[in-house]
Design a protein around this ligand. Structure first.
Ligand code: SF4
Length: 378
């Protein structure tokens, strides 16, 4: 089994916090979509004939696509890959795109899971983030998606936003819970350098939330969603039982996937490759049937570190047997004193031969992973 990721690099407007690859210039959109279809054909061997069990339309804003553009890409996928009987097919959507007509169209092209970029249910915060939608559209689109027959809906929320205090975060969570989505992704706002927020921060116009306040908000989200029956199955992801994102889970389980479109990543167990993050250079290469990616062959240390980093963020944790048998690495032997200290201080537990972070350990996930990393050879 394998996954396919399709990156649609266009957005209506730039959210001030976003450092994903996208362009607000739509003038070359049709041609670029055609070139992504071409890339799909050129990459048909990448997955070694493994059938697709997950397809993920991300971006950018794939919910902007027209019927013609969606059909073009869906045709290319079906012509070049085999697909299992009941694949998970997710599309990232913005509320302002999800009219009843668009929802019906998405159903007809086989989308069976929506990941909706809500971010906040407060209009002032949405304006501050420069989102293109307002709260009323966010709530309405979920009701309309239900009417259109979508029974697997994920929503994205952001916490640690300057100006979004605990009371407002609680209100957002209550609104989210009342809508009963199957899945919630909750991300802490990070101020990235090459964004509007990054510029404001460097000019002293924006101060990121203090780390301890941000950590409290993480706990608030985790505890509230846990209390309402959501499984915290990955550090930023919560779901009703059985509604884990299969696509993202396969990333964390190091299963192979192909990413197409500018900036998309691919993984084939041996190497990772990353397409150029520039629509112009992407198009220039594809017009000449060239694939515009950089490839990195993973060393044993890369593989061990990637496994430690991703697995510690997940509910099952870091499986010591997998590390020993597949990656030939004895994590306990190499870090006995440190791991004993983490267990003693109740940041980590040993369950079924796996190291699992506790509630307090999740606050330190990045630090703990990097402390456990194998030093990379130069
Ligand atoms: S819509 Fe999504 S991808 Fe586009 S700018 Fe906003 S956050 Fe980034």
């Amino acid at each position: 089994m394998a996954g396919l990721y399709i990156h649609i690099p266009f957005c209506k407007q730039a959210c001030y916090y976003c450092d994903f690859h996208f362009s607000t210039n739509q003038s070359q959109r049709r041609e670029l979509i055609e070139l992504i279809a071409r890339e799909i054909a050129l990459q048909r061997q990448y997955l070694n004939a493994n059938p697709l069990d997950t397809i993920y339309w991300g971006g950018g804003t794939p919910s902007m696509l027209t019927a013609f553009e969606l059909d073009l890409l869906v045709d290319a996928i079906h012509k070049n890959f085999s697909i299992v009987m009941h694949p998970e097919v997710t599309l990232e959507a913005n509320p302002d795109d999800l009219s009843p007509e668009k929802l019906a169209l998405l159903k007809t092209v086989g989308i069976n899971r929506l990941s909706i970029g809500i971010q906040s249910f407060d209009d002032n915060i949405l304006k501050f983030l420069n989102r293109a939608h307002r709260t009323s559209e966010a709530i309405q689109c979920i009701h309309q998606a239900r009417k259109a027959g979508f029974d697997n809906i994920s929503i994205d929320l952001i916490y640690s936003i300057p100006g979004q205090d605990d009371a407002l975060l609680n209100k957002n969570l209550a609104t989210a819970l009342a809508l009963n989505p199957e899945h919630i992704s909750a991300y802490s706002l990070t101020v990235e350098e090459k964004t509007v927020f990054g510029r404001w921060a460097s000019q002293g116009k924006l101060t990121a939330m203090a780390e301890d306040v941000s950590a409290q908000q993480f706990l608030l989200v985790m505890d509230t969603l846990g209390l309402h029956g959501y499984d915290h199955y990955e550090i930023s992801n919560y779901c009703r039982p059985g509604f884990e994102s299969k696509h993202n889970t396969s990333y964390w389980q190091q299963k192979p996937y192909l990413g197409v479109g500018p900036s998309a990543h691919s993984f084939d167990s041996v190497s990772r490759q990353c397409n150029v993050s520039n629509n112009y250079h992407y198009a220039s290469a594809l017009r000449e049937n060239r694939l515009p990616f950089d490839r990195e062959v993973l060393t044993p240390a890369n593989k061990i570190n990637e496994y430690i980093f991703t697995s510690l963020r997940t509910r099952p944790g870091c499986n010591l047997q997998h590390l020993k048998t597949t990656l030939k690495y004895d994590l306990i032997d190499q870090n006995r004193a440190y791991i004993e200290m983490l267990v003693e201080s109740k940041h980590m537990e040993l369950k079924d031969n796996s190291l699992v972070l506790t509630r307090s350990g999740k606050l330190l996930a990045d630090q703990i992973s990097s402390d456990l990393f194998v030093i990379l050879e130069k």
